[in-house]
Design a protein around this ligand. Structure first.
Ligand SMILES: C[S@@+](CC[C@H](N)C(=O)[O-])C[C@H]1O[C@@H](n2cnc3c(N)ncnc32)[C@H](O)[C@@H]1O
Length: 246
């Protein structure tokens, strides 16, 4: 019971951090433009699956292009919100690794900023599970933070962000064929009025809750490196990997 309460409090704090990040970023709007380019190439636009839908900032606008939307989201707080906000969605409170969607298939599968929560050694099998749930002519879009740029430098100050995108890209080409793999790059500009908000975003980006203990040094780093006239700015380089099923 006590554990459950802690998890609920952590889910609520995560929801708050994600909301602040979204509100302070250009990311979701630029990401919607890039994802829109992927969707425009689909053979059909009937079914959409969002893995790790979060606050729904991408899910809700993208759902308008599809007849049916399904989400798989382990965070109970986010799921509660989706049940109220979008009762017409098929909503699964589960993680991608555990969910059994049987023979269900989708035209478009989005997995935006979720792979970090899954050990890197399992990424290819995780993507294979998505591929198995894709209709012929469908596409998967996997959004990841780039290993270069300001956010990557911030990461490397406190932990390691050495996601080997080139290797993942190469493996996807070997597995699904060169013609079926695409890539797009874009920049997310994060801007806050206060150092406190930038520290909250920094902690959100670092993912592991144990970094809360390093709040003081994170604050000093952001003050020294990301302060601009009148606020704080941090640029995140992002990559979309696209897998087509032909
Ligand atoms: C950084 S948020 C991204 C939210 C949204 N996709 C976006 O780009 O705005 C990551 C989300 O992935 C969810 N998540 C974490 N591990 C997951 C897993 N194994 N399977 C599915 N979702 C997961 C989290 O609960 C959270 O809502």
């Amino acid at each position: 019971m006590e554990n459950n309460k802690t998890e609920m409090a952590e889910d609520a704090e995560y929801k708050r951090q994600l909301a602040l990040f979204v509100q302070s970023s250009t990311e979701k709007s630029i990401e919607l433009v890039k994802v829109g380019e992927v969707i425009s190439g689909l053979a059909e636009r009937n079914s959409f699956l969002d893995i790790g839908a979060g606050g729904g900032d991408l899910t809700i606008p993208i759902s308008q292009s599809f007849s049916e939307t399904t989400i798989v989201e382990p965070n109970e707080k986010q799921v509660e919100y989706f049940k109220r906000r979008c009762p017409q969605f098929n909503i699964f409170n589960n993680s991608w690794d555990k969910i059994n969607l049987a023979g269900k298939r989708f035209d478009f599968i989005l997995c935006s900023h979720v792979l970090y929560y899954i050990p890197e050694g399992r990424w290819l099998t995780t993507i294979k599970k998505m591929y198995d749930h894709l209709h012929q002519g469908g596409r998967i879009a996997i959004v990841l933070q780039s290993p270069v740029g300001e956010v990557a430098r911030f990461f490397n100050q406190f932990t390691r962000y050495d996601v080997n995108i080139l290797e993942l890209w190469g493996e996807l080409i070997r597995k699904y064929g060169d013609d079926n793999i695409g890539v797009k790059y874009f920049l997310n500009e994060i801007w806050t009025d206060s150092l406190e908000d930038m520290v909250t975003i920094g902690l959100f980006l670092l993912i592991d809750r144990r970094f809360a203990e390093k709040k003081e040094s994170i604050s000093r780093y952001l003050e020294a490196n990301q302060k601009t006239d009148g606020g704080y700015k941090l640029v995140q380089d992002e990559i979309i990997l696209i897998v087509k099923k032909t």
